[in-house]
Design a protein around this ligand. Sequence first.
Ligand SMILES: *Cc1c(COP(=O)(O)O)cnc(C)c1O
Length: 226
Amino acid sequence: MDERKLLIKENLKKIMASLPDGVTLLGASKTVPAEYINFAADCGLKVIGENRVNELLSKYDDIDKEKLEIHFIGQLQTNKVKYIIDKVSLIHSVDSLRLAEEISRRAVAKGLLMPVLVEINIGGEESKGGILPEEAEAFIKKISLLEGIRVEGIMAIPPKCDEEHKNIEIYQKLSKIFIDIKAQNVDNVNMRILSVGMSGDWETAVEHGSNMVRIGSGIFGSRIYN
Ligand SMILES: *Cc1c(COP(=O)(O)O)cnc(C)c1O
């Protein structure tokens, strides 16, 4: 077996053994060829997430869709929604009303109900997309009125941080937003997914309530960009 496959198999075995029940493992598969994605599926991976529309489309036919659910986790341009609307089962990265409206429009046209997560800019970073924490509730209530989409939770990419204590506050803040909105039982909102945690921080994220971790290099090895 080639070395990368051995690595994927070992990585998945370790992660799946330490992931608590109820936490979904998503393999962040950007740059990873379909052959290795499908191998990961043979090893038990059930969900992958792609970041770029063009890359997703180029790999789509070769991905083993019997075994894998495909999510979209990257920044999504409004004009590309139409290409993925019937190919993914969850969009993690709704970060504007315009995008939500376009997903709604395209879903309705296809007769679909599209599950989405709202991306929260939990660190309030200017360089990152996402809804500011203080605006999350109002935003979710607003898009919950759109046809063809259903809010299923929130997603975030916490800022990189060396001071562990400060970062824990970030995870706590995120979990509080999730719990508070869930408690309100907003119509057409089913707050069930808190998507946070990547290769470097998933254990901390899970300790603080994450129930969907998106792991890329920790499964597939370091990314080779070309
Ligand atoms: C690439 C990516 C990940 C995974 O990152 P790793 O550090 O390789 O685990 C998770 N979420 C998003 C949105 C990503 O783009």
